[in-house]
Design a protein around this ligand. Structure first.
Ligand SMILES: [Zn+2]
Ligand SMILES: [Zn+2]
Length: 370
């Protein structure tokens, strides 16, 4: 089958080697990066690809950590996985709603959300996502949002135990508008509690299977080396996820330091979507250099170096796991000159011989089962 390879702007794609994958940026992605895309008028869609039989990764937000990107090119961390036309959202950092809309995906069409951990760069857009899902679901007269004869929530938000705290806060926020909406006579609108539910993942392993997609969670090292046994009831807990789909498998590291658990989870996976962090650049080149003025710089350094992934560590894990492709997202720092991104990719490739892509917002990658 055809394989398309392309280098665009500050996105660095190396040669694709797997014959079952198609690199398929959309018109939306090209529009969003018009100033970075010198060849945007060339045909970019492989005609063999079909949205109905594909697994597509859409990077919605690729910025990690507290500094927001002053250029606006990178929103905070979130990724959409679309399998045979059904959407699965992984994390919901600030900007998730605007990126979904840019990608042509109304928020109300996303019914499954998977949070990796509680940090704000992965969750600050959750309330906005739920608000716009509910509001627009009603506005567009989606039957699931309108039919008051059924009360089973159909938007499910999965995550570690802290997710329920975030969820309850978002529901309280939504309850104010829900009262108003009823009062002005919309009448047919389902209440938020009939739309949204939270599902706490109680233990590592397979926790989701809808007949098409199977999702497995493991604890990573973002909050330290995990203890054996049941997961904590609340507090420091962070997941990596593996999605097995008919067209391929995708592993999301979430935020993590080097992790044997992730390496095992990613064994033989088609794609590893990994966070990446360079502490030195963060303290010298980024808008977020204020971190150097913190009263506890050594503690911060230790957190960044042990509980996040350098490009070299990603390369080692990817090689050991035998994944076919690495996509770097949650880029820290993500607001520096693109010349540094070339170095990120080169550093991963010191240890990993497969293709490596430095992600940018609205970049898409599709796998099509042949
Ligand atoms: Zn993060
Ligand atoms: Zn984090």
């Amino acid at each position: 089958m055809n394989t398309v390879e392309r280098t665009k702007g500050n996105l660095i794609a190396s040669a694709l080697v797997c014959c079952a994958v198609v690199f398929q940026p959309t018109a939306n992605a090209a529009d969003a990066n018009a100033n970075l895309e010198p060849n945007r008028d060339q045909p970019m869609i492989n005609p063999a690809a079909s949205a109905q039989q594909a697994t597509t990764i859409t990077l919605l937000g690729t910025m990690g950590g507290p500094p927001e990107d002053p250029s606006g090119r990178r929103a905070q961390s979130s990724t959409l996985l679309t399998v045979n036309g059904v959407h699965y959202l992984i994390d919901a950092g600030d900007g998730v709603v605007s990126r979904l809309i840019k990608a042509g995906v109304p928020p109300y069409t996303v019914r499954k959300v998977f949070l990796t951990h509680r940090h704000l760069d992965h969750t600050a857009g959750l309330t906005a996502f739920m608000s716009q899902s509910w509001f627009n679901g009603w506005f567009f007269r989606d039957k699931y949002y309108m039919d008051r004869s059924t009360t089973k929530p159909f938007v499910e938000i999965y995550g570690p135990p802290d997710t329920s705290t975030l969820f309850e806060g978002s529901m309280k926020f939504l309850s104010v508008s829900a009262r108003d909406a009823d009062a002005i006579g919309s009448g047919t609108m389902k209440l938020p509690q009939e739309v949204f539910s939270v599902r706490t993942i109680e233990k590592p392993g397979v926790f989701f299977n809808d007949g098409t997609v199977k999702v497995t969670a493991i604890e990573n090292t973002h909050f330290g080396i995990p203890m054996p046994g049941p997961i904590a009831k609340n507090g420091d807990f962070s997941f990596a996820y593996r999605f097995d789909t008919p067209s391929g498998s995708v592993v999301f590291t979430g935020d993590s330091g080097p992790s044997e658990n992730i390496t095992k989870l990613a064994e033989g996976a088609d794609v590893l979507v990994s966070e990446v962090l360079d502490f030195k650049l963060l303290t010298t080149e980024s808008w977020g250099v204020g971190i150097t003025k913190a009263p506890n710089p050594e503690q911060i350094r230790s957190h960044m170096e042990r509980k996040h992934l350098s490009p070299e560590e990603i390369g080692k894990m990817a090689a050991k796991a035998g994944v076919k492709l690495v996509i770097l997202s949650h880029v820290v720092p993500g607001d520096v000159s693109p010349k540094y991104f070339v170095e990120f990719v080169a550093a991963v490739k010191k240890y990993f011989s497969g293709p490596v892509i430095l992600g940018q917002d609205l970049f898409q990658y599709s796998m099509v089962k042949q």
